[in-house]
Design a protein around this ligand. Structure first.
Ligand code: G3P
Length: 218
């Protein structure tokens, strides 16, 4: 399973990249706004800065909601760097745009996915990645991981090549359960990645090893 970080914060992207396990980055308009990145020129430059840090796919989301706008914007984003993946919302125009980008060899990430039906549409359009929002599904008392399992089964039966990118990940358990459910990629905040390291027995065991070494060598 590939690990992407879900942020537009350059410090956090650097920190995750230094772990040596990072495969890419996803952003969205909310994450860009959170970092205070506004105005087209600044937004495009910020994507270039992210691509300069990480040697992996970087999802850049279109803001347009109509087909022509998405195509124009997506082609501009894709031209920024070979690692840019154009992120497109799961709408009627979005699916048309994904289909257009697929024919042109531009890679896409279909976002805001909340059902298996939507997952089938995105795969049919040739999306490179599919982003089911598991945290937001859990927030509405449905089971986000169950959706990943269902999509993984459908994609396997049908031989769809679209990669399942578990998104809206909130904690380390989401990462573990996404891996178990068959996600190809997980995109998560740095806090969720760092949470995977934690186990009290690791800390206790290391302290004991160091104490024993010190005693034996003093
Ligand atoms: O990858 C999608 C993600 O950014 C949404 O996460 O936590 O806002 O539901 P969240």
């Amino acid at each position: 399973m590939k690990f992407f970080i879900d942020t537009a914060n350059l410090d956090q992207i650097r920190e995750a990249n230094e772990l040596g396990i990072l495969d890419g980055v996803t952003t969205n308009p909310s994450l860009m706004a959170k970092e205070g990145i506004t105005g087209q020129e600044n937004i495009l430059n910020h994507y270039k800065a992210i691509c300069a840090i990480v040697d992996g796919d970087v999802s850049a989301e279109v803001i347009s909601t109509d087909f022509n706008g998405m195509v124009e914007e997506g082609e501009r984003l894709a031209a920024l760097h070979t690692n840019i993946v154009v992120k497109v919302p799961m709408t009627v125009d979005g699916v048309k745009a994904i289909s257009h980008f697929t024919k042109k060899g531009i890679r896409t990430n279909c976002t805001l996915v909340f059902s298996s039906g939507q997952a089938i549409l995105a795969a049919k359009a040739g999306a490179t990645y599919l982003s089911p929002f598991i945290g937001r599904i859990d927030d509405s008392s449905w089971d986000g991981i169950e959706l990943i399992e269902q999509i993984a089964e459908i994609y396997s039966i049908q031989g769809y090549e679209t990669e399942i990118l578990a998104a809206s990940v909130r904690n380390p358990l989401h990462i573990v359960r996404s891996a178990q459910a068959g996600a190809d990629v997980v995109t998560c905040p740095l806090s969720a990645i760092m949470g995977l390291f934690k186990h009290p027995l690791t800390d206790i065991g290391l302290a004991q090893f160091l104490a024993d070494h010190k005693k034996a060598n003093s």
